[in-house]
Design a protein around this ligand. Structure first.
Ligand code: MTE
Ligand code: MO
Length: 547
């Protein structure tokens, strides 16, 4: 009987409910606080961002392979799930071994605060939302279980409920009434509090938590002055305009990726769980390191420089053969080579380490930024200011290199250095130091689950070899001869190009394959390689069923 008195006799499911309700309230208040302080200081976002940074490369690959660009939603969902499990555990601990449940929640709050405060770019109050979350969760759990204790003790030993001496944590039945939440003590002080009151309070706590999340996210949106600043922007007219999309560049086939990718359909890959909000008025770019002259550039100074437009197809190194982590846009920006010419890099420098406001870094060969390709500090994408998630206000775009070694979004710092002196974000995680984009081609149509009817159809897709250009694409149907597809007109050697081949499809199962040839004569290798460490290779194959 002594053991029963110590654990208060609270059934485990009630303890779990108490834990979950307390943590939902705490997490909700934490998100609300983050809405006021800074979105990136949210406990969930802070822990998520830290997880992204410490995750081993295989975990990142798996996340992208499983969830694609929904990897962040999956991560947040995973964190929420873990939090619920920990919450239930905390409830159970607090019922069985007080005060360890409260301690557990407090420890998580403190850990969250440390993580949030030490993130790159953390605001001074970044620790606050986690402290709010931990403290309110811990207090809520303690109060909720106090509600149950007299009831549990009463059901274990009716006479004991009237004695305040029962249990390690002497409950005061008078303080907790069986009535409505907030009703306070009534005359019937010796009545054991009911579970109804517990459920009402637990429900109220969880409901308040959910409400706080909603209000917190509204606050965040309202506070997004950066989005408003972006909307109000008008970009200068380019000093050098991009070529128009040539006639015949767009085959306009249903299911085929359009030759220009609209901004809202452009793939997004980055480590930023919360999109950094950089106000153009506060933006600065520092150019420093192995240079004769350090530079600092403001937004107004950048816009006053001659801006050039160019077409570049951006590609992610994580793109699998046949994958969709690739897009083509018309970028507006100032050539990085001009800035570097002003800064005058040392003769033995061979790399530029670009850094974003959130601490991400990329190592780009100095040569790729000083030769005559269109390596730019971009401010515009398809005729608009960069969307926030694509690096507003300023990012890098470098034709011919995978994004992880060149396309730094929210860029604020260029350090001229050497490959043997500094390492970039993904290089530290096992990816190749350099990342030239590999020659690739992809079949877009016919689609797998299309329900293709026998007869005349078109096989079509895209091919790319940025910086070099694509000379041709061949298609093989089943194990027949390789047939030359017709290339659409390429916008430039830095963009992908569409291709097509008419096919009289016969009923049955078929295997389609494609391979490209570069303008330099290189043929796309059939050797299959995974994305890590420097980009996938192999031929894209697609099975189709024809009825
Ligand atoms: N600040 C920052 N910039 C970044 C990244 C990042 O994680 N953080 N990811 C890079 C990678 S891996 C790619 S493929 C491109 C993707 O650019 P997009 O999201 O605009 O398509 O951004 C690059 N720039
Ligand atoms: Mo990438």
């Amino acid at each position: 009987m002594a053991g029963r008195a110590r654990d208060g006799g609270i059934p485990a499911p009630l303890a779990w409910v108490a834990g979950v309700a307390a943590v939902v309230l705490g997490a909700g208040l934490g998100e609300l606080a983050a809405g006021v302080v800074a979105p990136a200081s949210s406990p969930v976002a802070g822990v998520g961002s830290a997880l992204i940074d410490v995750a081993p490369p295989w975990a990142k690959d798996t996340a992208i392979a499983w969830f694609g660009t929904a990897d962040k939603i999956a991560l947040v969902g995973g964190i929420a799930l873990v939090m619920l499990v920990v919450a239930a555990l905390a409830g159970w601990l607090q019922a069985r071994r007080p005060p360890w449940g409260v301690v557990l929640i407090t420890v998580f709050g403190v850990a969250g605060a440390v993580v949030a405060a030490t993130r790159p770019g953390a605001v001074p109050l970044a620790w606050l939302p986690s402290v709010v979350a931990g403290a309110s969760g811990a207090v809520a759990l303690w109060l909720l279980l106090r509600l149950l204790r007299p009831a549990a003790a009463a059901s274990a030993d009716p006479s004991a409920a009237r004695s305040p001496q029962v249990g390690a944590d002497p409950p005061d039945p008078r303080a907790f009434d069986a009535g409505e939440p907030g009703a306070g003590a009534t005359a019937e002080g010796t009545q054991p509090p009911s579970r109804r009151a517990f459920f009402a309070w637990a429900g109220a706590a969880a409901g308040a938590g959910v409400l706080a999340v909603v209000v917190g996210s509204l606050r965040t949106t309202a506070a997004a002055g950066v989005a408003a600043a972006r909307m109000a922007l008008r970009l200068p007219t380019p000093a050098v305009a991009a070529s128009a999309v040539p006639q015949g560049a767009e085959l306009d086939l249903p299911g085929l990726a359009s030759v220009v990718t609209p901004n809202d359909r452009f793939y997004r890959i980055d480590t930023a769980l919360v999109v950094p909000e950089v106000n153009p008025a506060d933006w600065r770019l520092r150019v420093h390191g192995m240079v004769a002259e350090e530079l600092e550039l403001t937004w107004d100074e950048l816009l006053a420089l001659p801006l050039e437009e160019s077409w570049t197809t951006l590609t992610c190194v994580s793109n699998e053969v046949g994958g969709t982590l690739i897009g083509n846009a018309r970028w507006l920006g100032h050539p990085i080579r001009e800035l570097l010419a002003r800064a005058r890099p040392a003769a033995d420098a061979d790399m530029v380490l670009s850094r974003s406001i959130d601490g991400f870094t990329a190592s780009t060969p100095l040569e790729a930024l000083t030769d005559d390709r269109n390596a730019i500090l971009a401010v515009g994408m398809n005729g608009e200011p960069l969307p926030l998630e694509h690096g507003f206000p300023v990012r890098m775009v470098v034709p011919g290199l995978y994004g992880y070694v060149s396309a730094t979004k929210w860029v604020t710092d260029l350090e001229v250095t050497r490959f043997d002196r500094a390492r970039a974000y993904w290089t530290d995680r096992g990816w190749s130091e350099r990342g030239p984009i590999k020659l690739q081609s992809r079949i877009d149509v016919p689609r797998k689950a299309q329900g293709l009817k026998a007869g005349d159809v078109v096989i079509a897709g895209v091919a790319w070899h940025q910086g070099v250009g694509v000379a041709g694409v061949e298609v093989q149907i089943d194990d027949g001869p390789w047939q030359e597809a017709t290339l659409a007109t390429a916008i430039s050697d830095d963009t992908w190009v569409q291709w097509s081949l008419p096919w009289t499809a016969t009923a049955g199962d078929h295997l389609l394959r494609c391979r490209a040839t570069g303008r330099d004569g290189q043929q796309q290798t059939p050797a299959r390689a995974p994305p890590a460490p420097d980009g996938a290779t192999g031929w894209h194959e697609r099975f189709v069923e024809v009825f």
